[in-house]
Design a protein around this ligand. Sequence first.
Ligand SMILES: C[C@@H]1O[C@H](OP(=O)(O)OP(=O)(O)OC[C@H]2O[C@@H](n3cnc4c(=O)[nH]c(N)nc43)[C@H](O)[C@@H]2O)[C@@H](O)[C@H](O)[C@@H]1O
Length: 416
Amino acid sequence: MLLLASLAAVKLFHLNRFHSMTHIFSHSLRYLLYDVNPPEGFNLRRDVYIRIASLVKTLRKEGGDWVLVLPPWGRLYHWQSPNIHQIRIPWGEFFSLTSLQANVPVIEYEEFIAENGGPFIDQVLVLQNYAEGWTDGKWEEKVDERPCIEKLMYSKDKQGFYRGWFWGHEETRARNVTCMSAQGHASIMAPILQKNITVTSVMLDRAETLLHDHYAGKDYWDTRRSMVFAKHLRLIGDSFRAKYLNSSDDRDHTFYNEDWTRMKVKLGSAKGGPYLGIHLRRKDFIWGHREDVPSLKGAVKKIHSLMKKHKLDKVFVATDADEEELKELKKLLPDMVRFEPSLEDLELFKDGGVAIIDQWICAHARYFLGTSVSTFSFRIHEEREILGFDPKTTYNRFCGDTEKECEQPTHWKIVY
Ligand SMILES: C[C@@H]1O[C@H](OP(=O)(O)OP(=O)(O)OC[C@H]2O[C@@H](n3cnc4c(=O)[nH]c(N)nc43)[C@H](O)[C@@H]2O)[C@@H](O)[C@H](O)[C@@H]1O
């Protein structure tokens, strides 16, 4: 396992170097960085990446030589495994950089520092809504420089530069920080970035404020398809499927091509492994006592009925349940299969990698059932759509025990 991970790291390093060399001589090169509201989780952040990649595409179409700097992963509220180092994680640990680069030019943050000649970001734009809300109740696209509404998460140092979180890179400083009220699609930022701002590196903070340019359109799917999981994580997931779930690509008709630009599978052609895939989101989803999330008993009842209906005798469960709930779940569902990383695995893959392995295994199940409005489940839907599953086997969710109208997730059909 270690060997695999280090091989991937070496490959990545070379790719990165090659990529930098192609840019080092370009004079007009500009860097777009971004960050997201701290409490947001991994899979919502993956969604924000799609919005920003779309903005970079727009900027490049208009002639700007922009590169997207990948915000290092870390300090996520949900990544609570103790005693492991979980900040400043490069994207290459979770995703295939070559795949991302086949969609839009991206570089890791460390590489930005090297190319940029130091850990300085010229301009941070903190995005916020409009203090006055929608004028006359009408929604219109707009963006303006405005006084900051919330207290700034940046403070000036003695030299007059701004300190901030900057993904745990303590040495990083911003030369300037201002707030902008923005309401609209990601590309509304394009004119500001091309015309109003002339500096080389710009960071959009609170980037989740921007909406998708075209949710679930071709561009969305291109970027989504380019977010190929890192190979070592896929391999771990595959060998787990083979060992515990009797599942292999050949038998399950789950064709996969490393090169996402060549991956086009007919919906309905994937059969999936002989198991039920479950994503059971707990923690903050139950603390709010939401009515669309089931009790453990309710969830297990549904699992049993689905196993019977689909004639499956194995169930794989991905969950963020805490110790106490896990104990109860194990009692109620003693035969469930879970990916339980050893301490060594956890150190290697981190909570983010384990989440990806869970998602990869769920994505290969004959039938999948997720949790209402969880972006973790949504990303599994998309993965299954890419793999070519019949939508009926994918867009399903648990209902709350007393939920009256249990609307099922929308099928966002893949566009090539
Ligand atoms: C209430 C909202 O919930 C949103 O969560 P939601 O969409 O489910 O999905 P995520 O944005 O991924 O956040 C949930 C995080 O919890 C962990 N997690 C949840 N389920 C599993 C699982 O089955 N296996 C593993 N290994 N890890 C899991 C994982 O770290 C994941 O990134 C957040 O993004 C928002 O910021 C906000 O907190």
